[in-house]
Design a protein around this ligand. Structure first.
Ligand SMILES: Nc1ncnc2c1ncn2[C@@H]1O[C@H](COP(=O)(O)OP(=O)(O)OP(=O)(O)O)[C@@H](O)[C@H]1O
Length: 533
């Protein structure tokens, strides 16, 4: 029997429409995926940038700062886990709201039984997923936290390897490392177990749902289950239509299953990023860009520094380290801050530099209050010579220039000569320094810190924290000479235990708490007794 040409044409049109709809769907899927990944990537970049900003603008004196290894792990590694979640989950959520309802609307007019089967099996899935997801998120959070701990632990112990070796603590550290690695392994397996479980739950329920619709449609077409339609029984075409739609009904739910693990890991990663972004104590003025040196007047006198009733405690509950301090340092004056260990010398320098805000009182630089608004401009005038200068990966010259656009190679050469590092620079020419300054002596590291200050254009307030610490007498004397020569015409405030350096300053401020003489003895007598002992 020859096919009716009209039927053939209609069939071809339907097939073409079907193909076209399939191609359109694939194209929309591809476009949507691309778009959602772009949006997710820019959102993740913004979150990363906020976390980096918070880390950079957090006070270096804040003990609650996240460990460097943990922060690096969250930013570089864990944050990536948020990308699939941000990119896929919102689309799947939308699909889950729209697609099953649309399919129900298409199936219900043909067969209320098929619609009922779909409707009955669908809600079970979100209920089970919510139960699984709740545990999955906790497991992912624990997993990510453990990953951060392992990274921080490794970085910390690698930095201190020499100490561990010298004190024969390598075995104990290896044992601890094995324990941390084993905990991470257990946590990873817990996350994987939940991921497999959630997939299995969804697959099972969607397979049962599709099978029940198939059984109903099959028996209905055979006439065994004649009920379930609105009058006339289903035709073969209608039955096939319902059957083909059934898997699509569950498809968004199955997508949800694959995205479920992403959701748990993604939310945990976002949580970790948000925790990084919440820096509790910030630098005064944060990390607003320093003004260009071109904005600074070419010639100006060095600044005066005034501290008015300054009070600072490292924590609300801790006793104040600086309490009601008043001090005026004249323009160009050189002042040594002395006092016993723990008296607050480094803390005072940090307060003057705005590395941490004071609880009350004011720091005035050239009469201008060091507050959030003025700090970037005032900080552009400061140079910091730290007690433990960080040596970055790179050459000696790069470590002096520090990527500052206004420090040219000639300024670097001048600074290296000023800090008597020219011989070392010649020897190491162009070669990268060892990690964290390995290969540099303690004195060379301090001279490098001084070279950085010399190269700083426009710096006329130098703050130096124990620049001669741990140096032999001759090197300390030489460094003192260089420091005084290079800081000529600048205001210099030095925290020091070195009596020789202190004696070369214009003034010495003692932060030691006033002593109480024992009853019946005056302080002069006490001094004589101490000198004698
Ligand atoms: N980041 C910090 N968080 C909490 N407490 C701190 C912090 N830094 C220092 N302290 C505490 O504040 C006090 C003052 O410390 P600071 O480093 O200013 O003393 P210092 O006079 O410079 O000591 P040293 O001569 O030993 O370097 C000490 O009791 C110290 O334990």
């Amino acid at each position: 029997m020859a096919a009716d040409p009209g039927d053939v044409a209609a069939g071809l049109v339907s097939a073409a429409a079907f193909l076209l709809a399939g191609a359109l769907r694939a194209a929309c899927d591809a476009w949507g995926t691309r778009l959602s990944f772009q949006v997710a990537r820019s959102r993740l970049s913004a979150l990363r940038a906020a976390a980096v900003d918070a880390l950079a603008s957090g006070s270096p004196l804040d003990k609650r700062r996240p460990a460097a290894g943990h922060a690096a792990s969250v930013l570089a590694e864990q944050a990536d886990a948020a990308l699939p979640y941000l990119a896929r989950y919102p689309a799947i959520q939308l699909k889950i709201l729209v697609v099953p309802l649309a399919i129900l609307a298409a199936v219900a007019p043909l067969s209320w039984v098929a619609a009922l089967v779909l409707l009955a099996s669908a809600p079970l899935i979100p209920v089970f997923m919510a139960l699984v997801g709740w545990r999955a998120q906790r497991a992912s959070q624990a997993h990510l936290a453990e990953m951060g701990t392992l990274n921080a632990f490794l970085l910390d112990r690698l930095r201190g390897l020499a100490t561990l070796r010298a004190l024969d603590a390598v075995d104990a550290t290896t044992g601890r490392l094995a324990y941390v690695a084993q905990t991470l392994h257990t946590r990873t397996m817990a996350v994987l177990r939940i991921a497999f479980l959630s997939s299995a739950v969804l697959e099972l329920f969607s397979a049962i749902g599709v099978a029940m619709v198939a059984v109903y449609v099959g028996f209905h077409l055979l006439g065994t289950l004649p009920f379930g339609t609105w009058g006339s029984p289903l035709s073969l075409g209608q039955g096939l239509f319902v059957l083909l739609l059934a898997p699509s009904f569950f498809e968004p739910l199955r997508d949800l299953s694959t995205a479920w693990h992403d959701r748990a890991a993604g939310r945990a990663a976002l949580e970790a990023l948000r925790a990084l972004a919440a820096a509790p104590t910030k630098l005064v003025g944060g990390i607003l860009p320093l003004p260009s040196p071109d904005d600074a007047p070419a010639r100006r006198p060095p600044p005066a520094v005034e501290l008015v009733q300054l009070r600072f405690a490292h924590a609300d509950s801790a006793p104040p380290v600086i309490d009601g301090l008043d001090l005026r340092v004249a323009p160009g004056e050189r002042v040594a801050i002395v006092g016993p260990s723990g008296a607050g010398k480094s803390t005072l320098l940090a307060l003057i530099a705005g590395l941490v805000p004071a609880q009350s009182g004011a720091v005035l630089i050239d009469g201008v209050a060091l507050d959030d608004q003025n700090a970037p401009r005032l900080r552009a005038r400061m140079a910091w010579i730290g007690q433990k200068p960080h040596v970055f990966a790179g050459t000696l010259a790069a470590n002096v220039a520090l990527g500052r656009p206004d420090v040219d190679p000639r300024a670097v050469d001048r600074a290296l000569r000023a800090a008597t590092l020219e011989l070392l620079a010649g020897r190491e020419a162009g070669r990268p320094l060892g990690e964290a300054g390995t290969g540099l002596s303690g004195g060379e590291c301090l001279r490098l810190a001084m070279a950085r200050a010399v190269a700083a254009p426009g710096s006329d307030l130098w703050l130096a924290d124990e620049p001669t610490a741990h140096l032999d007498a001759a090197t300390a004397r030489e460094l003192t000479r260089r420091l005084l020569a290079q800081s000529a015409g600048k205001t210099l405030i030095v925290a020091t235990h070195d009596p020789e350096l202190a004696s070369r300053m214009d003034r010495v401020i003692d932060l030691a708490p006033p002593r109480a003489a024992p009853a019946g003895m005056d302080l002069a007598a006490l001094d004589v007794m101490e000198a004698a002992s």
